[in-house]
Ligand binder design. Sequence first.
Ligand code: BES
Ligand code: MN
Ligand code: ZN
Length: 496
Amino acid sequence: MEFTVKSGDPEKQRTACVVVGVFEPRRLSQPAKAIDVVSKGYLSNLVRRGEIEGKLGQALLLHNVPGTRAGRVLLVGCGRERDLGDNQFRQIISKTATQLNETGSMEAVSYLTELDIKGHDIYWKVRQSVEASRNALYRFDTLKSKKDTTRRPLRKIMLSVPTRRDLPIGEKAITEGQAIANGVKLTKDLANLPSNICTPTYLADQAIELQKTHESIKVKVMEEAEMEQLGMGALLAVSRGSREPAKLITLEYMGANKDAKPIILVGKGVTFDSGGISIKPAANMDEMKFDMCGAASVLGTFATAAELHLPINIVGVIPTTENMPNGNATKPGDIVTSLSGQTIEILNTDAEGRLILCDALTYCERFDPDVVIDVATLTGACVIALGKHATGLLSNHNPLANDLLNAGRESGDRAWQLPLWEDYHQQLDSPFADIANVGGREAATITAACFLSRFAKKFHWSHLDIAGTAWLTGKEKGATGRPVPLLVQYLLDRCN
Ligand code: BES
Ligand code: MN
Ligand code: ZN
């Protein structure tokens, strides 16, 4: 979908549809008032009769409003003006995109970018409008033999900015919003694919595709034989029960001077997590195809960074495997040696994410990183603690944690920090090895991060547990593309 910015009066727009807001209770926004004046009170009359109350999520489509030059005027409910915050704004934008698409307006001029949102400027409103509209119109139908097609789909939205001087910043917001939406879409598409299609080999091929599209991206794919040679015993312990070979994908994006230390993004790429011998219950096990969302978000973030030519260096490290039970599979109680040399007692084969990530983290050392951020659907406990709203964040370096928390707030893709205190480490004591791979039911998100922290001692590191945020369940089942917006915001902030 195409977006542009423009400045001008709503009543003068020659377009299929002009979109303006109505606040609860029955109060016209400024642009709506301008249309009301030229139409000699047409809108205020409707509103007075109660045709639209202005509640959040309401919409009323009007045809041939007197005095205007647009085919239609779409009134969108914005709720109470003083309650209008980030979430409400995104809801209004989504509703608008869906309405326009379903009612046959192929293009529209929206004045919703002129709503006042506390603490946010026009750049933010334009960028969020692009991201939220594209999110609302996203469909994953590549595997349906009959696709429901929209007869007259929405093709172009022109977003209004207050003055001509705001046009350049508006255009920048559109460029960045589109690039983020492209990264989010790539992440969702990969994550929504079933595990019989999206295997570790498929993910590696997708990384190679990125290298083909962007000259600035270089990709290497490591096979099991080399992992063996290097001593990645933890990663191999997970893949041994599967017929699909594991891969370790490394991506390098060099946007800056070659001696600038890279930011490393590590993504958990378990393309299906059956639990292994510690097998999971049958209910909802299909959702474990989403256990590669961390990997997909690293690929999505790379696509966005390359599209925007960000002036920084980024390395991506993606350990990818299935977690399956067969006659060759790792058994509870087995002890393996990780790449770091630390031995691990695998008490539960379903705690596999940390096993593949620990070798990936040790592998990061050779890139002499500025910071390392891992992204993983790591613990069910994180879903219990924070739900689908916030990503769990744990870190060994508070300045990095704060940068990520801020990036989450700014992008609307929020994270919440949990403690990584030494007190929790004792839960990982093993009588037979250096460390156990599980720490019991209590504080399971924290003990998982404690486990990872033992392999992240040599650099500044943060862990993002996206188990609750990476996909939605129930009737809206599907990947969200999170935390691509957070990660890209962090990268953008690092460029400034
Ligand atoms: N991929 C799962 C975590 C998960 C579960 C994410 C449900 C989203 C929804 C992970 O590999 C796992 O199985 N974790 C276990 C760890 C436990 C055995 C210590 C969990 O959270 O139950
Ligand atoms: Mn598991
Ligand atoms: Zn898993």
